[in-house]
Design a protein around this ligand. Sequence first.
Ligand code: HEM
Length: 423
Amino acid sequence: MAQELGGIFERKILQHRLIVVSGADLVREVNDEEKWAKFLGQPLRKLRVIAGDGLFTAFNSEPNWRKAHNILGPGFSQAAMRSYHDSMLTVIDQLLHSWDVAAEGGRYVDVSQSMTSLTFDVIGRCGFSHDFDSFNRTEPDPFIEAMSRALEYVNRSSNDIPILRALFGRAAREQHARDIALMQETVDRIVDERMRSGDTPTDLLDLMMHTADPDTGEQLSRESIRNQVLTFLVAGNETTAATLGFAIHFLSRYPEVVARARAEIAEVVGADAEINYEQVAKLRYVRRVVDETLRLWPAAPGYFRKVRGETTLGGRTLPPGSWVFVLLPQLHRDPLWGDDPDRFDPDRFESEAVRRRPAHIFKPWGTGIRACIGRQFALHEAVLTLASLIRRYDFAPDPDYELDVHEAITLKPRGLTVKLSRT
Ligand code: HEM
């Protein structure tokens, strides 16, 4: 629709009005933090049933947002990333082991399932020193199943028209309630275990339990801790898993990109050595693969912004209370990206090309003070995982597969499989 209707258009569904913005100049305007702020659109409001006033779903005015933002900031510093590196490697080793078995048997691997197991175990270990042990399960973790269903429900019930609501009537509502209860019980178990053990490992949960907000001297309440842990389990898992999935899809289609990345990894890391923390930042080409993946298929497909007072957009006056949705897949295909914005080309992220382009046309992490707190975490995890996979396997696509992008709050590749062969 954005390609047909242009950089700004309005959709009306019964009484609901939705203004969708994707033109580069207009997005620059709505990213102005003086005049605009994050808005909790319908899907985010519905997520509050799950994560309450956790970081992602808090209203700007809620005191728990600032408190949690201050307390958890150090959990995403460079020093913290360094401390997560080995845990990430441990989980990646489990992924490699399971993919080695598939490669030997000549089997296709279910990419989305593997990436979900990986990112879930990584956030479990790094965030909460908890091992979900996903690679040793024959069935998906009940938390993952409940989370996927809950996100699907929130997505569908946010976009529906009331008349159609009967489609997912009482049974779905009851299932949704059970899913939320299961997710909350899982989190309570993790927090209880920690309280009983009295351990103080360096992780996000430790920060939540033992650090005071430097501004107010207050600590997070037990309820707020539950909301934050749930937020990280969902936000830290879905988006990174989807990004890795899309990246592997592109790698299976562009062997020349795999070859260039492999040469870089050999140069930076050597043939067999383990990838260390410092080397991840030097894998510039692998990082470009991640950026280009986030450009074409940003796992979080957009964000909502609302005006702080009366303001203008594209020269037209908007009254107080107005809000818009920024549509990233189209912003990321704006003519400013060149003639063939649909083509996958990691060289778009060479430093010179990045310098020539305005920064506001690439916004996969959102914008302003409410932008993604987990960005460095996700990037470290994604580059480390892709580098580990690229040096070990060639990826062959299923010749019958066409990319099927599924939306359930996040965008993810559905039904994606690849065949692996050891290099
Ligand atoms: C490729 C992976 C990721 C993408 C594309 C992504 C994208 C985003 C976007 C677009 C927002 C802003 C949403 C808005 O304005 O409404 C956001 C916020 C957030 N993300 Fe991420 N994210 C990713 C990974 C992560 C990870 C790994 C974590 C945690 C470990 C995380 C935690 C959060 C949190 C807590 C917020 C809310 C921040 C606040 O409002 O203060 N994200 N993310």
